[in-house]
Each structure stands twice: as C-alpha cells, then as structure tokens.
Design a binder for this molecule. Structure first.
Ligand SMILES: [Zn+2]
Length: 445
C-alpha cells in the first residue's frame, strides 16, 4: 500500500468506474490510491471508517452569486462557503455580478479575491463579466485566472451589469475565442421578452407567461449561430426550456462547441405548485410546467444537458415581495442542492453515480479543474460523506445562507450530508465548521 496519512473507508465509494467498497488513501491533501476495502493500512495512517455512508467527490458548483463585496447583506463569502460546506460542495465559482464592483476588470477581480481570501471555507474561483464596454479587459482577466466570462443577452436585473446586443456579443465572443476562452451566457431574447404579456402582480401564471420558452429558444439559436461562425466555445447557463434541447443536440452533433447546465429548481419544482405571491420561487428563466421538467430529466439522462449547478442567487427578504414583476429574481438553494437533486433523481431511477457526474465531474471539467471532480489517484482529497437514505425536512432556520428565504422550505429531502472534507481535512460535520481552509483558485493555463 502506498504512503498515506489518512484512509477513508466505506462500503460505497463513488468512483469514475462506479460504486464499490473501497479504501481511499490520502497524503498531502491528495488522493494517493483507491484500494481494496480490506487493504492493510500503511503504518501511521489514521483510519476513518464511514461504514455504509457513501463517499462522494466533493461537489463543484460553477454557478453561485456570492454578492461580496457590495451586497454582502444578500450573501457573502463567509456565509456562502459555509452553506456550501454544509451541503457537500467543496468548490464554488462565483458569478461576476451582484457584487460591487462586478468582476469586469483585473482591479475588480483583485478586490474580490482580497475580500474572499480569509473567508473561504471551500475553494473559490471567479468568472469574469463581458459587458458592452469592457472588451479590452477580457484578455487581462483571462490571464489573471478567471475561468471564463459571463454575458447576458437580456437585462440582468442590476444596472451595473448591462447586457450585450447581438453585435456586441459577436465582438466579445470573437475576442474570447481569440485567446481560447469560454463564454457562459444567460440566454433569453429581449425582443421575445418585450413582446410577451406583462401583467405583473402576484399570479405565478402571469409571471410564467412573461418569460416564455420561446425567449430562451431564440436566444440559444442565435448563440449557436455565433459559436458556429466564430468556432467559439460557449456554455448555456440555467437552461429551463425543454424546447431548446433539439437545437442544442443538433448543434453539438455538427461540431459546435456548446455545453449546457440546468439547476436543481428546474428539476425539482414545478410551475403548477408555486403558490401565488410566493416570489421565493422567482428566477429567470422561470420554473416551468412539470411536462417541461420531464424533458430536462430526459436530456440529463441522454447527455444533452451536461451538468447541474445551483445558480444560488439570494437577496434580502424585503426584496422578495409578492409582486412577481418587481420581486428580486433568484433562488436560494446552495446548501440544499445535493439533497434536492438526489431526491428527484432517485425517484426517477438514477443513481448517485449520475448525480456525481452532473454536479462534480462535469462541472469540474467545464472550468478545467482537472484535480477536482472525481475520486481517483492524483486528485484533491475533497469529499462529501452522504447518508443517501436518510431524510430531513428543510427548516430555513437551520440554513447557513445569510438570508434564509428559500423555495425548498418544508420539503422533505433524501440525503443527509454527514461531513465534508477539503484536501483531506474534515471542514464541516453536524453543523460545526473548522476555520476557513479554502483556497482561491485560478484557471489552469
Ligand atoms: Zn445566475
């Protein structure tokens, strides 16, 4: 057996080859070997016997709005990374907007890194932002280590982060493709949104009608055209419309470099069940009908959708008014994402291996974090220990999020995270946390 300081043993270890009884040896924060369950312990190694709890690679959530600095009363690095750790997430990548400043210049990136440095309970990376007027900043941000660039094709919800029209999208995308970068896109077509009925008020059906599937489908079609023309790499954020899936599958089949994510709320909540006035369920694009949700699950199963990320985007409770037109749009679910997805996945006959592929392996691959996202020798010893058959009922008061308004309140979910490990150290267990041990990550050149 190889040298190791620590061995974690479980009857169910989720590896890239499937789940099996195994002993995972760790030294210097990395996995050194995945051994037979009953392998002899190396001299001096400490054994952590997890029994029948499942050992998963720590989740990698590439879509989180931490909002720090500037809107730290909405969330913040301290609270977001504790919530992540409590939920089995060991790496998050922060979105460039809702913080002040937004991550749109190298100076702003440095500001955010300074703020995050001593608060990160898990590893933290950063997306940059592509705005109409910052094309000159994209290459320096890429060189400074952001994982890619986010753009909106329709208004973002905050005035300091304006969206790109098709001409500016082409300009930014050409620049990004020129240095081999990745553009991640909020894809709703503003012309479709303008043409949709906008009634406002507390009825969820009215809100849903104001953000039709066609707005997503049209924006994605245009994005595919630009990606094809420029041979650029693009990623569709938070896909909600199942009608866009055939477009995406066809584009990929002809070689367009496009990947797609969806979110726990689209996979587990439905329009039919959103109570009127309940704007904790408001996000853009919106949670749609259950028939649409079935299409998303089918696409996860057949690989058209690559991955699942939270799009955790909280605000203070006062902005979650009962008028869907003006309430803040964003779902708060960071700490609950694994349990929410697992609960619905198991009901639909999927295994934890699938959940790991969607929420860890493929998200790590999306941002090029080759040392994360799987339990195999050479990768970081980042783990979640999960009791998959245990249930809990979501009590907002028990969440680590700064603001505890959540669409999942009162739901009973499968999958209790017993502990979370970062580079071989247990950082969270039973609502207790160590001092922050997370590192700030940059893109691997
Ligand atoms: Zn988002």
């Amino acid at each position: 057996m190889s040298d190791a300081e620590l061995v974690l043993r479980s009857t169910r270890v989720v590896t890239p080859e499937g789940s099996r009884p195994a002993a995972v040896a760790v030294a210097d924060g990395r996995i050194t070997a995945v051994l037979a369950y009953d392998a002899d312990l190396p001299p001096g190694a400490r054994l952590e016997d997890l029994g029948d709890d499942v050992l998963l690679p720590g989740l990698v959530d590439t879509h989180v709005h931490v909002n720090d600095p500037g809107r730290t009363h909405w969330e913040g690095f301290w609270t977001a990374t504790r919530a992540a750790a409590a939920g089995g997430i060991t790496t998050l990548v922060d979105m460039p907007l809702n913080s002040l400043p937004p991550t749109t210049t190298v100076d702003h990136l440095r500001t955010k890194q300074r703020v995050a440095a001593d608060k990160a309970h898990v590893d933290v990376g950063f997306w940059g932002g592509a705005l109409p007027d910052n094309v000159k900043d994209l290459r320096p941000l890429h060189d400074a280590g952001v994982f890619g660039f986010k753009a909106f094709l329709s208004p973002s919800g905050v005035e300091e982060f304006p969206h790109l029209d098709q001409e500016r999208l082409a300009h930014s995308l050409a620049e990004i493709a020129g240095f081999g970068g990745l553009l991640v896109v909020h894809a709703e077509d503003p012309h479709h949104l303008d043409a949709a009925p906008r009634r406002g008020g507390p009825r969820y059906a009215d809100f849903l009608a104001s953000r039709p599937r066609g707005a997503e489908d049209s924006a994605i079609a245009a994005l595919i055209d630009q990606a094809r023309r420029l041979d650029a790499r693009v990623h569709v954020l938070h896909l909600s419309s199942g009608d866009a899936l055939p477009l995406i599958a066809a584009a990929r089949a002809e070689g367009v470099r496009i990947t797609v994510e969806t979110c726990p709320h689209y996979l587990t909540l439905t329009a039919e069940e959103v109570p009127d006035g309940a704007s904790e369920f408001k996000c853009c694009p919106p949670i749609r009908e259950s028939a649409n949700q079935d299409l998303l699950w089918q696409a996860l199963a057949d690989g058209t959708i690559d991955c699942v990320v939270t799009d955790h985007s909280p605000s203070t409770a006062d902005l979650k008014t009962d008028d869907f037109a003006t309430a803040w749009g964003g779902i708060s679910g960071l700490q609950l994402s694994l349990a929410a997805v697992w609960t619905e996945a198991r009901r639909r006959g999927h295994g934890l291996e699938d959940v790991v592929r969607w929420m860890s392996t493929r998200t790590a691959a999306l941002v090029g974090l080759d040392h994360k996202g799987a339990i195999e020798a050479g990768r970081d010893a980042d783990f979640a220990v999960l009791a998959p058959d245990d249930t809990f009922t979501v009590d907002p008061a028990a969440l680590q999020h700064r603001n505890r308004v959540t669409a999942y309140a009162g739901r009973t979910l499968y999958g209790v995270v017993r502990s979370t490990w970062l580079r071989g150290e247990r950082i969270a267990a039973d609502g207790e946390f160590t001092a922050p041990k997370g590192r700030l990550l940059t893109r691997t050149p």
